[in-house]
Structure formats: structure tokens, C-alpha cells
Design a protein around this ligand. Sequence first.
Ligand SMILES: CC(C)(COP(=O)(O)OP(=O)(O)OC[C@H]1O[C@@H](n2cnc3c(N)ncnc32)[C@H](O)[C@@H]1OP(=O)(O)O)[C@@H](O)C(=O)NCCC(=O)NCCS
Length: 173
Amino acid sequence: MEKISIRNAEPGDIEKIMHIEHESFQEHIRESRDVFLDRISAFREGFLVMEICEDICGYISSEIWDYAENITATSFTLNHRISETHTTTGSELYISSIGILEKYRGKGYGNLLFTELSCRMIEKYVISSMILLVSASWDAARKIYEKNGFEEMCRIPGFFDKVNEGIVMRKHL
Ligand SMILES: CC(C)(COP(=O)(O)OP(=O)(O)OC[C@H]1O[C@@H](n2cnc3c(N)ncnc32)[C@H](O)[C@@H]1OP(=O)(O)O)[C@@H](O)C(=O)NCCC(=O)NCCS
């Protein structure tokens, strides 16, 4: 049986995280090594990696925002620095990214990692809502979010590319 563990990311995990990022996203929407290292350094508790038999096969990153009823596209700018937006006294958890290595997809690990992060954050911080941005074409991700109670809030045309809209989804706890 596969031995699965989920732990906080460390700077030494960066090569594995970037490998997952490369498998998960097309070049024009990939985020940089420095952005991921910043996230680990600024909010390690909000950045988890999943290991299967001690091999990192997935990551999820997040930050905490001050709640704003109306959100604009600039809030989700790719490669934004976590220091510009993150505050542990905020009440909204923003899930900034998630990826699972291709060979491990479709086995429930993405959902497991997502629910584990949500539980840990709700336990530790005063979170009353969660928010994220997903492409209209990312079916597996959208299923995870819908299954976990997220609802579409608005769409951002052309966010990911000319064809695929960005869908902002939010869940109130
Ligand atoms: C999104 C991602 C993390 C999901 O991880 P995963 O381990 O494959 O997901 P799970 O196995 O937990 O499946 C989640 C749901 O999606 C469904 N699903 C899985 N692969 C699918 C696919 N290719 N098409 C449609 N649905 C799919 C599963 O059946 C499951 O739904 P169910 O619970 O109703 O059966 C992974 O596919 C990935 O890394 N994708 C590329 C990066 C990405 O899109 N990130 C999202 C950023 S917002």
C-alpha cells in the first residue's frame, strides 16, 4: 500500500514543486521559482506538499486576505508577491495554486490535499470564507471546488488566454 503524508513545504522542496508546476500549467501561466520560495518563506503553514512513498507528488499554496466583497482581476495577478496581500489577521483564505504530478492524477489525491489544507487553515485561523480562481477548462479542479461547496462568483474574460475565462469561486463558511 502507498504511504501518503502531507506536510508543510520547505525551501529544499522547490525543485520538486517546480517540476509539478511545469507538468501542471502551460508556460504562459506558470509562476516563478522566486514566487514559490516567497510563499514558503512568508506563509509556510499555508503551503503543503503531499508525499507518496517519500516522493513529492503534489503541492498546494495559499495566503490569507482581508475580506473584500467585490474582487477585481488584479487580485489574482499571476506571479504577484505574497507580501503584497497576505495578512494572518485577515478572514479570507485564498488558494493560490494546486498541482498533482500527472502519474498520480485521478486517484483522489488532489481532493485530499485540498481538503487537508482547508481543515488546517480553518482550525488555526479565523477564516470565514475561501476564494480561488480557476480556468473554465480545468474540469478536475472545478469538480474539486464544487464538491467542496465553492460557488461561482464572477468570470474574468481572457484571464488565462483568449479562449478560457477565469472563474472566481468563493465559499462562505
Ligand atoms: C486539478 C488537480 C490538482 C486535481 O488532482 P487529481 O488528484 O487529479 O484530482 P482527484 O483525483 O482528487 O479528482 C477530483 C475530481 O475530478 C475528477 N477528475 C479527475 N480527472 C479528471 C479529468 N481529467 N476530467 C474531468 N474530471 C476529472 C475526479 O473524478 C474527481 O471527481 P469526483 O470526486 O466527482 O469523482 C490535477 O488534475 C492537476 O494537477 N491539474 C493540473 C493543474 C490544475 O489544473 N490546477 C488547478 C488550479 S486552479
